[in-house]
Design a binder for this molecule. Structure first.
Ligand code: RP5
Length: 163
């Protein structure tokens, strides 16, 4: 646990961590502290409830929630807190993450979850998006986010020979 970490990364299972780690790596690169926890909507519902109800008081500003299959964790968490929740669909074995994506994205009106792409791209983007949200009120972080984007642009060669 980091003191006063503004981002919580929660996941339905320890098995989701290799994917959610991509969000953590982005936050590390952008200098944003986070806590990572296993919080299952189905296997540990009371832990989920306690986490979501206490998240704002714990100092979190953004929650990244990843889950696979019947992926209820992001939506249930969003129903229990006013904090922004970014949902990352984990690629499931049986249905390649389409089940996760639809479970997370099809929220009823009134309970938003910002849903990212399935898998590692979604996790990485969740990290960047969390940083962008925090950067609205943090000028130094905004500079780091802008530098990341500029470096990414500069790294893309225009010709195949340069790649
Ligand atoms: C979901 O079930 C988790 O988010 C995970 O993606 C999926 C499978 O979990 P394990 O059986 O690997 O623990 O709750």
């Amino acid at each position: 646990m980091s003191a006063n970490a503004p981002v919580a990364i929660i996941m339905g299972s320890r098995s989701d961590w290799p994917v959610l780690k991509k969000a953590a790596e982005m936050l590390d690169e952008l200098g944003v502290a986070y806590d990572a926890k296993v919080v299952s909507a189905h296997r540990t519902p009371e832990r989920m409830y306690a986490f979501a109800k206490g998240a704002k008081a714990a100092g979190y500003k953004v929650i990244i929630a990843g889950a696979g299959g019947a992926a209820h964790l992001p939506g249930m968490t969003a129903s229990l807190t006013d904090l922004p929740v970014l949902g990352v669909p984990i690629e499931s074995k049986a249905l390649k993450g389409m089940d996760s994506l639809l479970s997370i994205v099809q929220m009823p009106a009134g309970i938003p979850v910002g849903t990212l792409a399935i898998g590692e791209a979604g996790a990485k983007n969740a990290g960047i998006l969390a940083a962008r949200i925090l950067a609205v009120t943090d000028a130094a972080l905004a500079d780091r986010v802008a530098a990341f984007s500029a470096a990414q642009t500069a790294s893309v060669a225009e010709t195949v020979e340069d790649a």
